[in-house]
Design a binder for this molecule. Sequence first.
Ligand SMILES: Cc1ncc(COP(=O)(O)O)c(C=O)c1O
Length: 368
Amino acid sequence: MVTAQSQFDLYENANIHRGMYDLSNQATKKFENARTQTARFLGCNNADTIAFTQGTTASINIVAQSFLAPRLQVGDNIVTTIMEHHANFIPWQMLAKKYQIELRIAPMNKDGDLDLIELKSLIDHKTQLLAVSHVSNTLGTIHPLDEITRLAKNKEIPILIDAAQSACHFEIGVDSLNCDFLTFSGHKMFGPFGVGILQVSEKYLGDMIPFNFGGGIIKDVQIEKTSFRNFPHNLDAGTPNVSGVIGLAAALKLISDIGKSDMESHLNNLTLFALDQLPQVPGIEIIGNPKKRIGIISFNLKNIHPHDIASFLNKDGIALRAGMHCTQPLLRSMGLQATARISFSIYNKEEEINKLILSLKELINFWS
Ligand SMILES: Cc1ncc(COP(=O)(O)O)c(C=O)c1O
């Protein structure tokens, strides 16, 4: 990723879709190749259904402003879940307030699994969007996407999947999944910061209306009116993050080369090992016990704030996230303010889990 990006920055740097000179044409080609490669990565036949954005948050806000806002009417509703990252929660809450519509929130059970019966009961003919994450970034829960997508499709409701935590690890297959909007961020895919994607089903491409105006998205501009290009070229007014997109394509290639199934089984093994070993830490409470989970484990220690846990472990070179993980509604629903969170990646090893456990025990001794 770094090599691909620095090669571009140092030797091939030019803007895309503008110049008539070789450097610009080559940059355009690389950028568009990245789109094709992203489509292949997502099991998607039509690369023109993929827009490059600044990341998951930006993509979700695009769906909110471009697709959803223009079709909302009083009496409508948006359905989401209590388990969402703020990025997949606040945009809907804002729309609900502005357009006087209802935001319906599906609950989870005490184990951290989504309540699918409740979710189903919330969707009706006034639902304009179902917005759900594939994987909870706080509890690690893997939601049953096929089942959830079917719930929406049975009622012809558009569905958005926030794949920020899952696109790196699972074969998503957007064409077979049959979702309408899917998004992920580069920096969670071993790629650059500030770049991500939004994939839109062919059915709704024509509904993606520009809302951010400027150069690069237009067909024709007159004093009185402007006409716009089609998706995906009508949403990214201004200069895109060309080198970021090229870096992202290199990162996707790296993931494909490693192989998602190898990654998944490595993460599964680490997670099972950690869940087996962590209970030996006195006073530990593992938060949630979902039926299917990814390599994310939230926990608390009795009488020690998660920020203190993270600071203490930092001295041993352990990078642990602590806080509310941009999921305040989820934590509040569990009566919590914060957790410490372990999040594994392909480079982690069992020895590191042993080291983590030793550090936690040392912290408890120090604290008592
Ligand atoms: C599930 C989920 N959704 C959305 C986001 C937001 O991603 P970004 O900050 O890259 O826009 C995150 C980031 O942690 C996430 O975990």
